[in-house]
Unconditional design. Structure first.
Lengths: 279, 294
């Protein structure tokens, strides 16, 4: 009986060692969690979710004693929840305001660069717009795709809610705080925006570059493709940082999570999910 | 107080009394809190700014009247669609369909109450929205009518079950006499059942209206949420409930955030009015059914 147990233990150990050696870089980054227990709750920006989920899965697979929950809600929810102590990390897709920092005593940890792209349905023949056209479309002055070289069909506008960090960046850096049409449909997350655009041949909206996949088509802005590469080298202007925020000094386990996201292993996740790690 | 009653019965009475008291206190504190949070609105010109027709929060306009109108339009449209359908189902179940079929329809209605709202919303996004967009050319497909059609499915069981319960309580002799007079099933429904269960009909309609007015998820997922006047069936509109959900996450000191409480108070007041309407119609309804029993 005892002999069998020993054999089992040795086998498990061997398997573990093989896994570790295959995954050495990632394993080293996860070492900070050794011996830690408890939960980390994350809420807020919907652009962050893919990165947070992947990091959480890596950590929880190796250390089952740690539970990490990831919720959306938008940047506004991120600030509110972390400020009121309802979650450990509040994600925002925009910098905190001075009032938010002083009211709650928040600390902020930027970890990635993200662009906001204008997107349309893949079936739409239009491939690019200039700043003036985007302004005219989103303010409701241009209402037909024909005016910008598309087919003869009404433009279906999609925008985001008032608490969205993505909307704020789009409005400030692309529309330069210009008017937005009140007739635009409002969706509550980056994911919902993708679904809406992917379904509707005549739709136009805006989305975090990290969320772009085959179901939507990013439109060139003044001839520049919204991509990781162009956001990094500065030729694509509509970019923002993604932040994790904590109230006061983060606890040991939360600090370990933040360090992991900003480690080389975390940067690999950030890159894989379509964002640009901050150097 | 009756002294012969067992202790256990007393305990039940006391427990129920405490429960009722707690619920009443909860409701009144909600009303008072809502009122308290709305106080800043009463200062200066804030109230006028909230009760206006334009919502352009980044241009300094915070009117929630379009949302009030959208809520009322959606609930009314839903009732207009659901109520005749519910009447038809009740007529079918009680007077026209053979018993197995009737039982099947009632079972189906009961089953409909157990489907989560989000399932209706999700299915509609992928089935109803493309139909509205491509066949009816209703803009993006996220419209007042889309939400109303889905809400109709959601409120239908409420109306059917409440009305059906009234019809089942109806005196059996009424129906026998009607049949003896040679009335056809449809005549019986029109001239006997509907007048006799008229109060039940009103209660069912009001409950259905309240259900449609209070629903958040369907309008958030399907109505488009554009803060504009509902000037056509195919307009994208934002209801009060969806407005609260969308705006709740903004900076707590802004006017945007204050509009949430005004929306909450307005919803609460509308619902309160509806509830008192139900109570009044129930009171007079009791008198009526006594009369018909004799």
């Amino acid at each position: 009986m005892r002999g069998k147990c020993k054999v089992c233990l040795v086998l498990v150990g061997l398997a573990g060692m093989i896994c570790c050696s295959l995954n050495l870089a990632h394993a080293a980054a996860l070492d900070a969690f050794a011996g830690l227990k408890g939960t980390i709750s994350i809420a807020g920006g919907t652009a962050h979710i893919p990165v947070m989920n992947k990091a959480a899965r890596n950590i929880m697979t190796r250390y089952p004693d740690i539970r990490i929950t990831v919720e959306g809600g938008g940047s506004g929810i991120g600030v509110q929840k972390v400020g009121e102590g309802l979650c450990d990390i509040g994600d925002t897709g925009r910098a905190l305001t001075g009032a938010e920092i002083s009211q709650y005593g928040l600390r902020t940890f930027p970890f990635a660069l993200d662009g906001v792209a204008v997107v349309a349905n893949p079936e739409n023949p239009v491939n690019g717009l200039d700043t003036r056209q985007v302004n005219a479309i989103f303010s409701g002055k241009i209402r037909n795709w024909k005016a910008v070289g598309g087919r003869d069909a009404a433009i279906h506008l999609f925008s985001r809610d008032e608490a969205s960090g993505t909307r704020e960046v789009f409005w400030k850096k692309l529309l330069h705080k210009g008017p937005m049409s009140p007739a635009a449909n409002i969706v509550p997350s980056n994911g919902a925006m993708k679904v809406a655009i992917a379904q509707d041949r005549d739709a136009i909206g805006f989305i975090s570059i990290g969320h772009i996949d085959k179901t939507v088509k990013p439109l060139k802005l003044n001839g520049v493709m919204p991509s990781q590469e162009n956001a990094r080298n500065g030729s694509y202007p509509v970019v923002r940082k993604l932040y994790m925020n904590t109230r006061g000094k983060p606890s040991r386990i939360v600090q370990a999570f933040i360090d992991y996201i900003r480690s080389p292993a975390g940067e690999a996740i950030v890159k894989k999910m379509g964002f640009i790690p901050l150097q | 107080m009756d002294d012969r009653r067992p202790h256990s019965e007393r305990w039940i009475e006391v427990t129920l009394l405490i429960m009722t008291g707690l619920s009443a206190v909860a409701i009144f504190s909600i009303l008072i809190l809502l009122g308290y949070f709305c106080l800043p609105l009463l200062r200066a010109d804030h109230l006028a700014r909230v009760l206006s027709w334009h919502w352009q929060p980044f241009g300094g306009e915070f009117g929630i009247l379009p949302m009030c109108l959208a809520s009322l339009a959606l609930a009314t449209l839903t009732l207009l669609l659901a109520f005749p359908m519910a009447m038809g189902i009740c007529c079918l179940v009680h007077f026209l369909a053979p018993r197995p079929l009737a039982r099947f329809f009632l079972g189906l209605t009961h089953f409909m109450t157990s489907i989560p709202t989000v399932v209706y919303g999700f299915v509609s996004v992928f089935l109803l929205v493309p139909v509205m967009r491509d066949w009816l050319h209703a803009g993006s497909g996220f419209t007042l009518l889309t939400a109303a059609l889905t809400l109709t499915l959601l409120t239908l069981p409420t109306i059917v079950l409440v009305f059906n319960a009234r019809l089942e309580q109806m005196d059996a002799t009424l129906r026998l006499s009607a049949e003896a007079m040679g009335m056809t099933p449809v005549q019986q429904f029109r001239h006997v059942a509907v007048p006799a269960a008229g109060q039940g009909l009103a209660v069912a309609a009001i409950l259905g209206f309240a259900r449609a007015l209070g629903d958040t998820l369907i309008s958030l997922m399907l109505a488009g949420n554009a803060a504009q006047l509902p000037d056509s069936l195919f307009a994208s509109v934002r209801t009060l409930t969806a407005h609260i959900t969308l705006v709740l996450a903004t900076d707590t000191h802004s006017m945007i955030y204050q509009s949430v409480f005004a929306s909450g108070l307005i919803l609460f007041l509308i619902m309160g009015t509806i509830n008192s309407l139900i109570r009044r119609s129930w009171k007079s309804g009791r008198g009526y059914s006594h009369g018909s029993d004799l």
